[in-house]
Design a protein around this ligand. Sequence first.
Ligand code: AMP
Length: 571
Amino acid sequence: MKAMNPLFPNGLILINVSFREGNSPDHHQNITYNQLLRNVCRCANALKLLGVKKGDRVAIYLPMIPELVYTMLACARIGAVHSIVFAGFSSESLCERIVDAQCNILVTADGVYRGDKLINLKKIASEALERCKERYVPVCSGKNLNRANTPWDESCDIWWDDLMDGVSDECEPEWMDSEDPLFILYTSGSTGKPKGVLHTVTGYMLYTSLTFKYVFDYHHDDVYWCTADIGWITGHSYITYGPLANGATSVLFEGVPVYPHVGRLWEIIEKYRVSKFYTAPTAIRLLMKYGREPLYDLSSLRVLGTVGEPINLEAWLWYYDVVGQQRCPVIDTFWQTETGGHVLTPLPAATPLKPGSATCPFFGVQPAILNEHGEELEGEAEGYLVFRKPWPGIMRGVYGNQERFESTYFRKFPGFYVTGDGCRRDQDGYYWITGRIDDMLNVSGHLLSTAEVEAALTEHPSVAEAAVVSRPHAVKGECLYCFVTLKDHKEFNRTLMEELKRKGQREKIGPIATPDFIQNAPGLPKTRSGKIMRRVLRQIARNEKDLGDLSTLADPKVVEVLFSQRCEAAA
Ligand code: AMP
């Protein structure tokens, strides 16, 4: 089946407006669908001038500015495959993703202010390209901040404005097959190397468009706002593709929830009369600490969405009572980068809610719960959450690695898609996500693999071995508790801790992977076959004294030592 690249195929001019809200409240702009179309076409023509063709991969490392949306849609318009890298990732992470996807061009900006913190994106982008010299990657950079001291290499760098100058604002869309790739988005893998999740044109668009419409009960007079970053799947599906395919009026927010003051999100809801609001439990928990003073007018709100991690009861009730003033259903949407869109979710006013439960499957989705042996459990049960049949938005592959696609998602339980999450079904058939059951951590709604963080820590010359587990955190949900064993004669001190925090994490992966706790571990609890018993480390991190059966440990004394030296305070 042939399908047109689903971007305003008739040059459709809609009068709806998107609101762009900058990092500073004084910086705002309205963007009509007509302006969006013209900017997308201009960018599409510019990419073509740079030699980008259908099927080429384009890396995008941009903050939450309209150019990010223009560039991703420009790729879609000419059939190029975008690979957006969250603009908080390090140069090494960016390089790894550029190389893996074999990108032909990188689009970035000179910099961005996140709150009052300046991030020199172009500097990080240039460092990334230094690291992956084997590829010649031209860089197109926008002057977001208009900074004079941006690192510049005449041989491959091009200013965005120079490139857009004089290009036509009309561009015929490329005809695509429905199963042609639309984008790659990297997500953490339990072996440490990120996976390039591949989504295709029609199934993904259909699914994000449909879920957006029904899950947010979207109507034409709504103003919709999702606070996620487009660098993650939530921003792809529910800032760009889903809302735009519905012609929705939405808000694109560049800033952070507590800048310049803790009422920023409520101020924006009041300013634009937002009716459908979508955020993450970590943001709710952060804002709960401050209350809602001074009172903003939130009477425009109709539906409140949440995504990213299980929402705890206290946060759910605060969201419902204080933000929604008990008028607005809280829609707890469970889904993944891999699922493309919501798979377990209530529908506003139609599904009776239970705080903390993502409730029931979306139309056509067939969840099941399996035990360790792959046997399907009926009725009330707890086990592995899997899905029986595909739905339009399911990922189509791991870019360049079909074997990994099969082994990660389909081999453990043949015939099912394996989510990697644990789940409980109650007597009413409602689903309750209990958290990851693979070696993954969910920090502020973002997945990290323990292997990835461990690999970063062991790169430090003083570290012999590292093991990372999660510990509950009041705002982030989970945080990183790291055990490090040093090489002989190396000293565990403040400087080393700082180096591990800075070098290992900020430089290798990105700030979300900064360890909260670092414990010196003269030895790690291992089985006789040499496997680290992470369960025991998790219990030490959480101060759970009842450790259960330790008989398989090679040296049980290690546990006592680790317990006696466990960290009470964050590093
Ligand atoms: P990502 O692919 O980065 O979006 O992360 C997907 C993971 O986030 C899922 O596998 C879950 O572990 C977690 N997650 C996302 N949404 C929810 C939710 N509503 N409730 C519980 N966990 C969630």
